[in-house]
Structures are given as structure tokens and as C-alpha cells.
Design a protein around this ligand. Structure first.
Ligand SMILES: *Cc1c(COP(=O)(O)O)cnc(C)c1O
Length: 418
């Protein structure tokens, strides 16, 4: 997919803006996203699905900044949400609630009320308890809740165990062997309208076959349901298409859609997809500055001003992310470094064993940081969260201000002494 940074001479740029200018204007660390890359990645889905009824619901959790959502909403995207917080973000960004699908393993009654109020496309229901609660909640306002059951097809996505979600030992969805029965129950409920079926088997898939297996399982269920008089309007295959972080061979979107085609060619159901990472990952970078270079034993460390609280993926998944200098210099010798943050955890690293020509004060950028970067960030170690910037041609826009110390303690209070 699209890589958002290009090299011109000894400068690196995002669209038409040198990375150095972004840091000079907004400080370090900061996230920068290419509006063009986000748009192109979304339009590639639209293009690949143009020959059939489809709905592309961008997975908000991968990058939930409202300006990112706005970019996608303007292109006609739908959204996959997992909380009311995400729903409110979509609405603020001008997203269309009738294109929202709501996933999540334990939606509360309050969350259901709000989603019913704004009229979402459907609830991806993940348990029988949730179905009962939703029926009851919809009854309060005499509404019909549109429902798709999220089934767990017991397919091995062959990805990192923490981001595999479609095995029967994972917490997600309804066991596919029970789904038929739960559909029969749902169809009898007074305030449930059965509209679809859904699965999401995992993230960062680099092989198409698990998607095809999962679709096969869904279609068997869809046909069995049709025989019993339950006709579904849409089939949602979830998200999960991988991106290239290092040297993974990632199937192209076109080859994925082509592989689904024989299964879907005589079907009229709308195909729903919930891509997150494949839209935003390669559209974003994390810019950071080298604070300290030190040697412990045989190891060289470059301590930078971004840390695991800003980008958790390396610490959480042992994820490999590419890191490079913002400016290319020839006057510094190369060495091997572990690039680490200042947080008090040994797991606080961004990249290990990288050959870099750097000195203290230099700027680096972490590539493919647009998904599961800022959205997973925290204030651990009382670190204010970093700024986010949208690059658009030769323009830059601050889309989230760097947090202040006031932001850090917002809502906290001292206990009044007697
Ligand atoms: C996280 C998630 C997605 C998006 O996954 P990506 O790997 O980012 O494409 C889609 N659907 C559901 C239900 C999710 O939980």
C-alpha cells in the first residue's frame, strides 16, 4: 500500500511538506498523517468493491481522531465502532449514523439507547445476553433494533495471538455452531430486526485463505437461515487485512476481493467490510527527537522523546516498525542502536538493533504509525500526549494539540483536609 514519506535529495517529505518543517512548527514528538494516503487507501476499497452492493465501515479504533474520521466521512465512509465514545466522535466528524455498525463484546444499555436514538445501521451482537438486553432496551422506546450476529467461525487467522479474534478460545462473537439457534431466537424477539451476519477473525492478516474460510462458514449459515425463512440483507467479513511494516508480503486488496468473488458472485447481499489498519497505518508517522545516546555494556541506546505510552505496538506485540532519520547525513558513522523511550519500563522500546547514523538532537520518524498509534496512547509516567497533525498538499493542520500539564490532571482533585 501507499507509503506516506518520500525522499527528495537529503530531505524526507510527507506530501509536499518536509518532515523537518512539521517538527519545527508543532514540536516533537508528534504524529503526522497524510490526508492523501488516507483517502487513497479508502478509495481503493471503494474501487475494489464497485461492482457489488457494499458498505465500507472504517474501524474507528485504529485511528479515531475526528479529523481523520471527517476525511473518511467526506468520502462516504461508514464506520465500525466499539463504544459510544467512538459513536460521538463519528457524529462530531459529520459521519452518517445510518452507516455505522456497532461491534463490541459488552455493550451497556446506555450505549444501546444512544445508538438506537441516532439510528445506526446495525448492532453486531456478540452474545445471547446482549441480544436479550438489546431487545429489552429497544422495547423502552418501542423501536426495532437492527441486528447482525457476530459469529466466531473458529478460523485461525495466523497472526499475533493478541490480535487473533476468530478462534473458538477467543472471547469474541457467538460460536458458529450455536449461531443458527440464536438467530431463531432473535427472529422471534419483538424489538429485534435481523439484518445480517458478521465476523472479524483478526488483525494484520498476511494471508487471504483465513478470510476465504471464514466467508465459506458464513455462507453456509446464511443459506441454512434462508431455508428457515430468515433472509439476511448483508454479510460483514470484518477488517483485518495486513499492511507491510517490514518485509511481509501482504496480499493486495484486489487479490483479496478477487478471491471472495467466486463465493459471492450470485449473491445479492450487501458486502460489508470493516478495515482499520489498512486505511490508516501507512498514512501516518511518529516524529521523535534523539535526546540521549548512551552505551551500556555492548549495547548502544538512542533514547528518544517518544515512548511506549505514545506508541505501544512494539512493547505490546513485539511489533517491528521501521525507523529512519528525518535528514540524511553522511558525516556521522553508522552504529547499531536500540531506540528506546524515557518510560521506566524495560519494555519501553520503539525499535531494536537498527543501524542508524545519528547524534543527540537528531530527528527520527517511525513509519506506518497511523493505526493503533495515538489511539492506543496513554498518559503513563504522567507524559502529556503528543500533538497530531494532518498534512494536506503543502498545508499542515493541527488536529490535536499537545496536552498540557493541566490536561494531565483534568478531573483530579485533592482530598479536602478536615
Ligand atoms: C479492530 C477491528 C476491526 C479492524 O481491524 P483492522 O485489522 O484494523 O482492519 C474491524 N472490526 C472489528 C470488530 C474490530 O474489532
Amino acid at each position: 500500500m501507499h507509503s506516506s514519506v518520500t525522499t527528495n535529495g537529503n530531505q524526507r517529505t510527507m506530501e509536499d511538506v518536509p518532515l523537518r518543517d512539521i517538527i519545527q512548527k508543532y514540536g516533537s514528538p508528534c504524529y503526522a498523517y497524510s490526508k492523501q494516503a488516507i483517502s487513497e487507501n479508502f478509495l481503493a476499497y471503494q474501487q475494489a468493491l464497485s461492482s457489488r452492493n457494499h458498505l465500507i465501515c472504517y474501524a474507528v479504533k485504529s485511528n479515531s481522531n475526528i479529523a481523520v474520521l471527517q476525511t473518511l466521512a467526506n468520502l462516504g465512509a461508514g464506520f465500525d465502532i466499539v463504544s459510544v465514545g467512538e459513536l460521538e466522535r463519528v457524529l462530531m466528524a459529520g459521519g452518517d449514523p445510518t452507516k455505522v455498525v456497532y461491534s463490541g463484546v459488552a455493550k451497556t444499555a446506555d450505549e444501546m439507547r444512544r445508538a438506537l436514538e441516532v439510528g445506526i445501521h446495525c448492532f453486531n451482537v456478540e452474545s445471547e445476553s446482549e441480544l436479550i438486553l438489546l431487545n429489552k432496551t429497544a422495547a423502552e422506546t418501542n423501536q426495532m433494533a437492527p441486528v447482525s450476529l457476530r459469529v466466531n467461525p473458529d478460523v485461525d487467522a495466523k497472526t499475533h495471538p493478541y490480535i487473533s479474534t476468530g478462534l473458538k478460545e477467543n472471547k469474541f462473537g457467538i460460536d458458529i455452531s450455536r449461531a443458527y439457534e440464536v438467530y431463531q431466537q432473535a427472529a422471534k424477539m419483538d424489538h429485534i430486526s435481523v439484518v445480517g451476519v458478521d465476523c472479524h477473525i483478526g488483525s494484520q492478516l498476511t494471508d487471504i485463505s483465513p478470510f476465504i474460510d471464514a466467508m465459506g462458514h458464513l455462507l453456509l449459515l446464511v443459506d441454512r437461515l434462508a431455508e428457515s425463512g430468515i433472509n439476511l440483507k448483508h454479510i460483514d467479513i470484518g477488517g483485518g487485512l495486513g499492511v507491510r511494516y517490514q518485509n511481509e508480503t501482504v496480499p493486495s486488496l484486489a487479490s483479496y476481493i478477487d478471491a471472495l468473488d467466486p463465493l459471492l458472485k450470485d449473491r445479492s447481499e450487501t458486502l460489508v467490510m470493516e478495515p482499520g489498519r489498512s486505511i490508516t497505518a501507512n498514512a501516518g508517522i511518529l516524529l521523535t527527537q534523539v535526546q540521549v545516546i548512551k552505551k551500556n555494556g555492548d549495547k548502544n541506546f538512542a533514547v528518544v522523546d517518544a515512548a511506549m505510552n505514545d506508541m505501544l505496538r512494539p512493547a505490546l506485540y513485539d511489533a517491528w516498525m521501521d525507523i529512519n532519520s528525518v535528514e540524511i547525513t553522511s558525516d556521522i558513522l553508522k552504529s547499531d542502536y536500540d531506540v528506546v523511550g524515557p518510560v521506566c519500563e524495560t519494555g519501553d522500546f520503539l525499535a531494536k538493533d537498527r543501524t542508524l547514523a545519528i547524534k543527540e538532537g537528531d530527528y527520527l520518524y517511525l513509519s506506518s504509525a497511523g493505526a493503533y498509534g495515538f489511539s492506543m496512547s496513554s498518559n503513563y509516567n504522567s507524559r502529556p500526549r503528543v500533538a497530531e497533525v494532518m498534512v494536506d498538499g503543502d498545508q499542515t493542520h493541527l488536529i490535536r494539540a499537545r496536552e498540557t500539564i493541566e490536561d494531565l490532571v483534568r478531573g483530579e482533585q485533592l482530598v479536602k483536609e478536615q
